[in-house]
Ligand binder design. Structure first.
Ligand SMILES: Cc1cc2nc3c(=O)[nH]c(=O)nc-3n(C[C@H](O)[C@H](O)[C@H](O)COP(=O)(O)OP(=O)(O)OC[C@H]3O[C@@H](n4cnc5c(N)ncnc54)[C@H](O)[C@@H]3O)c2cc1C
Length: 420
């Protein structure tokens, strides 16, 4: 069953533009399939340069990971920069690291430029050490970021407790480039700007058939058709119908949001406005939204059979982290699908003669999606290099089984954690 988009973000996003389905036969210089950060950014940057671009979204803008995520706008990838260079080579890796380090500046720059109402807060993020081993990991990350002159600070346990309001952590790595947003409002706001610049955006317009016809692509939807020379597929973990499936391992991540916290409690948690996640293998995250709701998330699927285990663990964990939240009611819960790859790095794969698919952000997509969408626009216009090599299809072995393994690992950890 396809998960519904009934996130907190949907409740609190400002009025969004509604886009009609494609209901005729049209042509465009570039077609983008998928209306998340990647596809919307590609459409925005193409339209900004006067190129005729059509964006097809199967459901509504932000329906996929972009409308379900935590809203942590971090620099770079989840994989530390030295490891990125080890995995794909020093030269290409350094270029990718340098490009993606700009993620927060580009995202917050677009928000500022177009006055997108998305609760943007740039007070840094805190990567919190859940254990002594987690702190050693953060020390290594700190050294790598310092070598690249990033504005990071390593906090000890006492300072972490002062910032977060929880004494559960051994320390934290603060990154001053980063911040938080209301992610659905950001992607819908950027789509509005793309539309104003001339991008033709169609919702409820799934690409049912995508085929190459000589030099051009023909993409059929339920009521229309579009022909184009260049195709950008931006469906990440949510591909359906006629698009070639991306080789990813799906991992589910859920979030729960409380009602807005009473002022006194609110002041005791994340008073500086940072967003947080931890170093645990079965990771969790927490942040406040502008109204002061606590949003707590972790690996796991609330649309699956482990839902009760995940919910019960989250209730225990939240009060363990913040005893002052005991008895505060929850008002929303939702789940999203993360596109993992075996390298934990995004991929750009060739589609036919003149097409690419960008995917596999492995949990870090706000900055990277916005930047790779912009790079895809440059690729289509032949005005810039992509920060990653375009490859042929690289299958992920036993992807569905490995996805189940993530869920089983999360359920087992959540079942045992805090009980014994
Ligand atoms: C729960 C969760 C928490 C996360 N937290 C963070 C975070 O805090 N910070 C961060 O940086 N990243 C985070 N991420 C990762 C980030 O959200 C994703 O990497 C990012 O949203 C990917 O964007 P995208 O545009 O590539 O894909 P998506 O946003 O998934 O968009 C793909 C779109 O393609 C559409 N589509 C699919 N098939 C078709 C078709 N045939 N025709 C037309 N349209 C189609 C889908 O409906 C969907 O809207 C999180 C992800 C999840 C799931």
């Amino acid at each position: 069953m396809e998960p519904r988009l009934d996130s907190l973000w949907e409740k609190t996003a400002p009025d969004r533009p509604r886009w009609s389905p494609l209901a005729e036969a049209i042509t465009a210089d570039v077609v983008v399939i998928g209306g998340g950060f990647t596809g919307v950014s590609a459409a925005y940057h193409l339209a900004a340069r006067g190129v005729s671009v059509v964006l097809l979204e199967a459901r509504t803008i932000g329906f996929g990971g972009s409308g379900r995520n935590v809203g942590l706008v971090n620099a770079g990838l989840w994989t530390p920069p030295d490891q990125v260079e080890e995995k794909i080579g020093q030269k290409v890796g350094a270029r990718l690291n340098a490009t993606l380090a700009e993620g927060p500046s580009v995202v917050f720059g677009l928000i500022e430029k177009h006055q997108i109402h998305c609760e943007a807060t740039r007070q840094g993020t805190l990567h919190c050490a859940h254990s002594a081993a987690g702190l050693r990991d953060l020390e290594a990350r700190y050294a790598q970021q310092m070598a690249r002159r990033a504005p990071v600070r390593l906090l000890d346990a006492a300072e972490t407790a002062r910032c977060t309001g929880s004494d559960a952590y051994h320390g934290a790595l603060w990154d001053g480039r980063a911040g938080t947003i209301q992610p659905l409002a950001y992607v819908q706001g950027l789509a509005r700007e793309a539309g104003q610049l001339g991008a033709q955006i169609f919702e409820t317009s799934s690409a049912l058939e995508v085929c190459q016809d000589g030099e051009s692509w023909r993409i059929r939807t339920a009521q229309g058709e579009v022909r184009t020379a260049k195709l950008i597929q931006a469906t990440n973990a949510y591909g359906r119908d006629g698009v070639d499936p991306n080789a990813i391992v799906p991992a589910h991540y859920f979030q729960l949001a409380t009602v807005p916290l009473p002022e006194k409690i609110r002041q005791s948690i994340l008073a500086g406005g940072e967003g947080c996640w931890d170093t645990a293998l079965i990771m969790s995250s927490f942040r406040l939204d502008r109204a002061g709701r606590m949003i707590f998330g972790a690996l796991g699927n609330l649309d699956g059979s482990g839902a009760a285990v995940h919910r019960a663990w989250a209730a225990r964990k939240l009060v363990k982290l913040f005893p002052q939240l005991k008895g505060i009611p929850l008002e929303s819960e939702w789940t999203g699908r993360i596109a993992m790859t075996s390298t934990y790095l995004p991929r750009i794969e060739r589609r036919g003669g003149n097409g690419i698919s960008i995917f596999g952000y492995s949990g870090r997509g706000i900055g990277p999606g916005t930047l790779l969408g912009r790079a895809a626009a440059n690729w289509a216009l032949q005005t810039g290099d992509l920060p990653l090599e375009i490859t042929g299809a690289q299958p992920e072995n036993l992807a569905a089984l490995r996805g189940l393994y993530y869920e089983a690992g999360a359920a087992l950890t959540h079942f045992t954690n805090g009980r014994f």
